[in-house]
Design a protein. Sequence first.
Length: 368
Amino acid sequence: MARISGNKGEWSELYTLLYLLAHGRLNAADCNLNVLPDVFFPILNIFREETEGSKVQYHLSSEYENQVSENCADKKVVIYLNEELLGCIPQSEIQSEVSYLYNSICSESGSFSLEKTEMFMEKMHCYKLKAPTREKADIVLQIHDINTGYTPICGFSIKSDLGSPPTLLNAGKTTNFVYAVNGLTKESAEKINGIDTRQKIIDRMNSICADGGTLVYSGMHNKTFRNNLVMLDSMLPQIMSAILLYSYTTGQKDCKDIVAKIEEQDPLQYGIKDIYAYKFKKFLCAIALGMMPATPWNGYDEANGGYIIVKKDGDVVAYHIYNRNSFEDYLLDNTCFERASTKKYDYAHIYENDGKMYINLNAQIRFI
């Protein structure tokens, strides 16, 4: 009886592991997810921490190794636990499971179990679907860098297009931006807070404007997130506040379209072409590869290898450090702002503090 269950995204992490083991290489992609035929990274090892202190190593080798039994084919995956040999599995056998798992993920919905795949996982000494939630990197690879000859160990985040679009920046009170509300009476603020329509957020924003109110960026709810943004760019909190405010006052959510409008308005008066797109793409990339709002960030990419994407057709491609520009373009082209629960995250209502009125606007970003 199956004991492991997960959604499409969680099963996709296991799918990525098996796919890469079966193919033995990581293909790079352009900004439209097309494979770059001449850019790829041979995989030497894949590492997984099944339990704390228990590291499973999947070693890919075309050479015959003395410690491996003679019934293993040349193209094989050799499995170690804490450097102790456990056995090996032919890549062809893994490829068969990859095909089955892909079809199963596509046909299932919600949270589901796959007994056949779970039995195969036991052969692979793999007992869970995904990396620990404390880690930004979903999979750790040792690749052969054909550009330098190095064999670095790199962490990658995984995004799957097989299920619902995942969030890039999760909502939380930590992602609230604070704006001073000027020009409103208390009576007007109470009336606006009482708006409870299906589109209450945009209706409240329109009412603030109609009643003569203006919003001016005041700060961020969470000091850690603010410091993380400043680490990336000293003016990024102000840039993000302008982008977020435009989204809320117009109802537009597509990141690329919003940034294009901010470029036209130039609220910080840079006078430099494409500067907002440049800085916003750096923010998206930082979030994708390591920055978390509530955790102090040192500027380093935790997913220091890059981003792996499971495409709808089952292909697995990656944006590595060498095609970071393509990755940033992909992020801008494929993300949008999303409205989370106003009650849960305490935003979109006017409140008073020290005799002044304020409103919080929440930032959540999802893949399209």
